[in-house]
Design a protein around this ligand. Sequence first.
Ligand code: AGP
Length: 592
Amino acid sequence: MCGIFGYIGKDDPLKTCILGLEQLEYRGYDSTGIAGLVDGQIAVCKEVGKLSKLKEKLTLERLEIAIGHTRWATHGKVTPVNAHPHQDFQDSIALVHNGIIENYDALKDEMQKQGVRFQTETDTEVLTNLISKFYEGDLVAAVQKALSHVKGHFAFALLHKAHPGEIVVAARECPLSIGVDDERTESIISSDPNAFLGKKLNILFLRGDEIAKVERGKVSVFDKNLNPIAKKTERLDAGSGAPSKEGFEHFMLKEIHEQPSTIQKAYLGRFEDGLVQFESLSHDFRSASQVCFIGCGTSAHAGAIGALFLEDLAGIPSHYEIASEARYRLLPQNTLVVAISQSGETADTISAVREMKSRGFKVLGICNVKNSTLTRETDGCIFLKAGTEVSVCSTKAFTSQITVLYLFALYFSGKGNIDELKKIPAQIEKVLEQEPRIQHIAKKYSRYDNFFFMGRRYMFPTCMEAALKLKEISYVNANGYAAGELKHGPIALIDSNFPVIAFCANHQTEEKIVSNLQEVKARGAPILALAPEHLKGISKIADDVIWLPETTDPLSPFASTVAGQLFAYFVAKERGCDIDQPRNLAKSVTVE
Ligand code: AGP
C-alpha cells in the first residue's frame, strides 16, 4: 500500500509532485520516489526513508510531467532498488503502484522464460514489464491488455518516454482520483482527493479496471474493454492546507491536547430537544434488530466500546468484529453494519463493507476524512469533525469515535441525555493537568520490555487501546487482557520484570479487578493503576496510581484513554522512538 501522485500542467511538475507526496506520506514512508520526462528521456530519483530524505538528495531539476510515490513495503525489503517508481527492462516506462499483484510470481516466471531480466523483488516491476511487453505504440491499449492478466487489487500511474504529454492510470479496488481545473490548464492524479493541494478541481474516481489517459487539462476514461466512458465529476471542498504542531513537540501530543475540544465538536449540535440528530444522515437506520461494528486497530477498539453502548443504553444486541475477519462471518438478517475508520481508506474495512453490502446489509460509516472511500461506499456516514489527525498513532479520532458512538446509542434508544457526556471535556482537562506526573511515572516504567494491560467491561477495550498505543510507538510488548482472563494462562508470564497496568474505572467490576490486582501483586508484578478518585484503597496494592475523575461506567473510557495515551507518549519519548511516524507503520493501511 502506498500513495501515488501525478501532475501535468502549468505549474512545476517536480515541485507539485513533492507537495502532493507530502500530503500522501500518511500512506507509507518506507521510501519515496519521483519519475518524470526530460527531453524524451525518463529521469528517476528515489530514496529509502521519508520524503525529507528524498528532498535532501534530489537529483532531479526540471521535469515536463511527473509521477511520485510514497511506499509502505509489501513485496520486497525496504531498499533503494525496491523503491518506486519502477522501470521496465527497456527503460521506456516508469510506474508507481498502490496495492498488490497477487499472481506476480507466475507472471514473473513466464516473462523470465521470455528473456526479461528483473532487478527488484517487487510485484510492481512485474506489472511494469507486463505493460511494456504489450506495448505496440498505444499505451492505453497496453495497459488494458496487461490488466486482463493481472490478479489482485491496485491503482497505478505510468508514463512512457514516447508519450511526453500523458500519464496513464488504472484502478481496481484501490482508490485513485483525477482532478482537472476549470481552465483546463492542469491535471492531478492522487490516491487521495484530499491531497489536491487546496486546488479547486473537477474530480473523478476510477473503479473496476477503468483506465484513464490523463493529459494537460483533459482526462479520457475507458472501461476494461476500452470503450470510452463519461465519468461524473465532483466538486470537493478544497483542503485547508498543511496542519502544524502549534508549538507541541509532536503531532501526537498536540492531538492528545486537542481532545477536550474535538470531543465537543463531535457532540455539539447533535442533541436537540432530547433527541440525537446526525446532520448527514438521510436514511433512518433504527429498524435494525442488531448491530455489528467493524474496524481495524483503534477503530476496532472504538467499535468494541460502541457495542457495549448499544447494549447498555439502547438494549440492542451488538458486537464488534475486526474488519479483516468480519467478511468471513455470518450475520443475522436485519443486522446493521457500522464501519468505523478514521481515514476511510483502510483496505480491510473497505473490503468488509463491500462484502457486507453485496450480501444486502445496510452499512453506516463513521469516519473523520471527508470524501474518503468509506464515505462514498456506505449508505450513510457520520463524521467525527476531529480535524486532520497527523500522528500515525491515533488519539483524538478514538475519543471522537466513542463520542459519536455514545450519541449513536442514544439515537437508537430514542431517550436519554448528554449531561454526563458534556462533563467529559473538563474531565479530560483534569487528566491533561497531570501530564508532568504521568511523564514521571512513564519514565520509571520505560525500562520494561513487557507489559500486561488489564481491565473489565468498559475497561477491557480501553486497556486494549492503551496497550496498542504503547506497542505502536514504543516498540515494547504490551498486551491488553480482560482482567478475569489473566489467570487462565497469561499470569504464568508474570514476574518482577513484567508490569501490569490496571484500568480500574469501571465501577460495576471494581471489586473483581481489585482481586485480580492482588493476584498479580502476589506474583511480584510492578503495578500501575488508573483508578477513579473514590478507589483510595488501590494505593495499598499498586506501586503507582494515576487518579481519574469520577463518571459513569459507559463514559469511563474517556479519561482512562487519555491517561493511557500520555503514558505511551512519554514511554516512547524516554525510549527515543520516532513518535509521529513509528517504524513499519503507515497512517492509513491500504492493503489487505
Ligand atoms: C492506531 O493508533 C493505529 N495507527 C491503527 O490501529 C489504526 O487505527 C487502524 O489502522 C485503522 O485505521 P482507520 O481508523 O483509518 O481505518
